[in-house]
Design a protein around this ligand. Structure first.
Ligand code: PA5
Length: 461
């Protein structure tokens, strides 16, 4: 039971000679040691979420209460780091079509938008008497989540006949001390769970942010946290030159610096597609920064791209093999799929089917992955393989912990703060200003002025 990382394909030199070599690793050992030392010194709270059972048990208790309400639907209301982890876990581990509502557990729907068509249609289809909603916001000030809450609260009040009945159908996951949702819990008695102090959204999947949905869906949260704990202790115990997260971070940062700014996470497993979405946010929001730690303007960061194999071989691989040599690939591979599907051999005489008869889809998936890896390497495009032995809770926990640690280390190697998100905050404030939130009047005025300054080019067809 382990994650395996094969970095050898990263030492592939692009047609114009750019790339990294094994010698780059010892040459950058002092820099890597400094990044690791900084993370050890910081000991961020998210890194210890796997330890202790307090949060998992609180979520299990609350999930049992929710199940007693006889609900068939559990809504996650949140966005960004407050939504992507739950969606990734469910897609990876719950029955494939759990959101069809055919299973023994409530279906979990992650409503991370304010699209009126989507939300309106979803709510029209649901029965308020059989719905529970989990509002998740660390800050309590995210406009999308506040809007989702208002909408669903009103829908539940009308559907259940009273505000008191609606209140019972909410669990609020938020900062234990501050923010509008915490104040609401204190004033109105909504049931709540904490986003532990020091745990930012995109690093919070193993906290109540992800764990309540996982419990409601019946996932094995004990194994999830054990997987995270296993990876964490292996990373801590490894010598720096064998620290998988450190080497993943270092190679990717060196490639970024040598002209490979696009980082493609290629998940070969349909259930892993939302793990790739989760990675995309983690890598982008943590590493894309204007300032370095010294306050100098650097405008740095890789552009993460999510791809799903083999589907995206027929959408993106042409670009990847023949387009600009500016990408580095991580193949997310499954050692073993949960089931084996063998292809029948009824048309053994046909050259179109002969080679498939008697072979399994499992073999085909791996042949597709290896084929893509080969084509990329032949074209001088660096790639590596991150392999989960199986897609179960333990390995998903390992995956989360590995990439969180690697992301933090990459940020430290780049000399930026991987834990802030001033660019997101700027957009959040602008949306509040445009919606007329008090205290943001000046900003609203500035946004209107800026709009007026832009040259106009508006067309229709
Ligand atoms: O990772 C992050 O910090 C962000 O993506 C947040 O999770 C997102 O903006 C939502 O924030 P909040 O949980 O405060 O509502």
């Amino acid at each position: 039971m382990a994650l395996h990382l094969d970095l050898s394909g990263l030492f592939t030199v692009a047609p114009d000679g750019r790339g990294i070599t094994p010698e780059d690793l010892p040459a950058n050992a002092p820099r890597a040691a400094a990044a690791r030392g900084l993370l050890e010194e910081q000991e961020p709270a998210w890194r210890r979420l796997h330890a202790g059972s307090e949060h998992r048990e609180a979520c299990a208790r609350r999930a049992a209460e929710i199940l007693e309400q006889g609900v068939d639907t559990f809504l996650v209301l949140g966005i960004g780091g407050s939504a992507l982890g739950a969606r990734a876990m469910l897609a990876a581990l719950a029955p494939v079509y759990q959101d069809w509502g055919a299973g023994e557990r409530p279906r979990v729907l992650v409503l991370d938008s304010v699209d009126p068509d989507w939300l309106g249609e979803v709510l029209e289809r649901l029965d308020p008497a059989r719905t529970h909603a989990n509002v998740i916001s660390k800050s309590g000030g995210t406009i999308e989540t506040s809007a989702q809450f208002l909408l669903v609260h009103d829908w539940l009040c009308r559907g259940l006949g009273s505000a008191e009945a609606a209140r019972q159908r909410f669990t609020v996951t938020t900062d234990p001390e501050s923010g509008a949702f915490r104040a609401l819990c204190e004033a109105q008695g909504f049931a709540s769970l904490p986003v532990p102090p020091g745990v930012g959204g995109r690093f919070s999947v193993l906290s109540p942010v992800g764990l309540l949905a996982a419990e409601v869906a019946g996932l094995d949260t004990t194994s999830l946290l054990e997987g995270a704990a296993r990876t964490d202790s292996r990373l801590r115990e490894a010598a720096p030159e064998e620290d998988a997260a450190l080497l993943y971070a270092l190679t990717h940062v060196l490639l970024l610096e040598r002209g490979f700014p696009v980082h493609v996470h290629f998940a070969y497993g349909h259930r892993m597609r939302f793990l790739a979405d989760w990675y995309q946010q983690l890598w982008a929001e943590s590493l894309g920064k204007r300032l370095d730690r010294e306050g100098r303007v650097v405008h740095t960061g890789p552009t993460p791209v999510r791809a799903v194999g083999p589907t995206d071989q027929h959408s993106q691989v042409q670009l990847y093999v023949e387009g600009p040599a500016d990408k580095v690939f991580t193949f997310l591979k499954l050692g073993r799929f949960g089931r084996s599907l063998e292809l029948p051999e009824p048309f053994a005489d046909s050259p179109a089917f002969r080679h498939l008869g008697g072979r399994s889809l499992n073999e085909l998936m791996e042949a597709e992955r290896q084929g893509t890896e080969y084509a990329l390497l032949e074209a001088g495009r660096p790639s590596c393989v991150l392999e989960m032995c199986r897609l179960d809770a333990f390995h998903v926990g390992q995956y989360f912990q590995f990439l969180e640690v690697a992301t933090a280390l990459a940020g430290h190697l780049m000399g930026i703060d991987p834990f802030d998100q001033p660019g997101v905050e700027a957009g959040k404030k602008a949306a509040l200003a445009l919606m007329g939130c008090s205290g943001f009047e000046e900003l609203a005025e500035r946004i209107r002025e800026r709009r007026g300054e832009r040259p106009s080019l508006v067309l229709s067809c």
